[in-house]
Ligand binder design. Structure first.
Ligand code: HEM
Length: 213
């Protein structure tokens, strides 16, 4: 138990927890995106995919519990780090100057993170905690994206997700020690490709479903 307290108390420990849980989320996002791409194929394919997932029920429940645990660790640790960085600054200026070399993605991490948390709660209320009797998951998703406001909110949320991932991906590798000058450009490139896939892959889906509705 002592090591848990020690890990959480140290700055390196907190960053490591952010990195491990963040990369866990990247894996989830990659799998979620791959599954959601079947929405482009149509009703039958997406429902068959969802049914297949539900047939793996005990495993899915374990994954959901793991995801919830990772989310709790990532959000709480992120908020603690944000608070500590904020109070540690010697002085705060009316005009914040950007430190050289810091990207939009890195400077906005806490804000994009909080927005994403809000999005995930909204998203689960849309598609997860809904009455699914007498309908199918495809019909629930397709019906949600007949509303241009919902589509707009999803597109904005996916842009926010892309920015968060664009910094979080390579930063997590750096925290875990993969900051060799030879590999870092490769990891940064992979992070950029992944964030584009997240932004475009997820972001175009609601637009497509609105267009075909
Ligand atoms: C256009 C984009 C997206 C669509 C159409 C979509 C669709 C869905 C659907 C249909 C479900 C419910 C599955 C079920 O309960 O049967 C779901 C669950 C979920 N989605 Fe998304 N999703 C999108 C983007 C995202 C993004 C960007 C995130 C994370 C930032 C996310 C996180 C989740 C989570 C955490 C769950 C719950 C997983 C579970 O309980 O097994 N989704 N999504």
């Amino acid at each position: 138990m002592n090591w848990i307290v020690q890990t959480f108390a140290s700055s390196v420990g907190k960053k490591t927890m952010m990195a491990v849980t963040g990369l866990g989320f990247c894996l989830f996002l990659a799998a979620h995106l791959a599954g959601n791409l079947s929405l482009y194929v149509g009703r039958q394919t997406f429902n068959a995919y969802a049914e297949h997932l539900h047939s793996l029920e005990p495993l899915v429940k374990v994954m959901e519990a793991g995801l919830l645990f990772f989310a709790a660790v990532h959000v709480i640790t992120g908020l603690v780090l944000f608070y500590q960085n904020f109070t540690a600054r010697p002085s705060r200026y009316a005009v914040t100057r950007s430190a050289g070399g810091r990207s939009v993605g890195s400077r906005t991490m806490p804000y994009t993170g909080i927005l994403l948390l809000g999005f995930v709660v909204y998203h689960l209320l849309n598609f997860h905690f809904v009455d699914k009797t007498g309908t199918t998951i495809y019909d629930i998703v397709a019906a949600a994206f007949t509303d241009p406001v919902t589509v707009g909110l999803y597109v904005c949320a996916m842009i926010v997700a892309a920015f968060h991932v664009s910094h979080g991906f390579w930063s997590a590798f750096q925290t875990l020690g993969a900051n060799h000058p030879k590999y870092m450009p490769l990891i940064q490139g992979a992070g950029l490709v992944f964030s584009l896939l997240v932004g475009l892959g997820f972001g175009l889906l609601p637009v497509y479903l609105l267009a075909v509705s």
